[in-house]
Design a protein around this ligand. Structure first.
Ligand SMILES: [Cu+2]
Ligand SMILES: [Zn+2]
Length: 185
């Protein structure tokens, strides 16, 4: 190897290392900036793990947790929609356990009844149209992804076969047709 090539090789390697480090830093910066504020969940059919029924986007805002769920190819009708305590969708969604209920209160409709009279996961019902689509939106003060008394990250959205009739103990919404775990970005 010539002296010239040896002389060039070292600074070039330094420059490449620098570029690689910058790329890493730039790539990591937006993720670090956003960490903690948003989460996603994909709800899959409990009958077919390859069939997605909906996509949820969650964002912590100053007013509360902004929940937006777009359903596509979901079963028509009114379906109970909750956050359940578990972090698994196995066993046709049954591994997600019961309603997310850190306050150990009775079942209700969180949006109207608040945390004293509803489970923290009691999101009510979603009405899915003839075309299999729906948009569920809620802005829920007191829910968060990882902060506070009701952090929902790593818990499971469950879409039920039947409507939530808000009866005790869990709204009589039947089996679990969709399930997705809330994953923080
Ligand atoms: Cu449920
Ligand atoms: Zn409940």
């Amino acid at each position: 190897m010539s002296a010239l090539m040896s002389a060039l090789k070292y600074p070039l390697r330094l420059i490449l290392s620098f570029i690689a480090a910058m790329a890493l830093a730039l790539g990591a910066a937006p993720a670090a900036w956003a960490a903690g504020n948003t989460a996603q969940a994909v709800l899959y059919s409990t009958a077919d793990e390859n069939l997605a029924l909906g996509v949820a986007h969650l964002e912590e805002t100053a007013e509360g947790l902004d929940i937006q769920v777009s359903f596509l190819g979901a079963p028509t009708g009114t379906h109970g929609f909750h956050i359940h305590a578990g972090d698994s969708c196995a066993e046709a969604g049954n591994a997600a356990g019961g309603h997310y209920n850190p306050d150990e209160v009775e079942h209700g409709y969180l949006i109207e009844d608040g945390f004293a009279a509803a489970h923290a996961g009691d999101l009510g019902n979603v009405v899915i149209g003839e075309d299999g689509t729906a948009l569920y939106t809620a802005l829920v003060p007191g829910l968060a992804l990882t902060k506070g008394d009701h952090p929902v990250a790593d818990h499971a959205f469950i879409l039920h076969a039947n409507p939530d009739d808000f009866s005790q103990p869990v709204g009589n919404a039947g089996s679990r047709v969709g399930c997705g775990i809330i994953a923080q970005d």
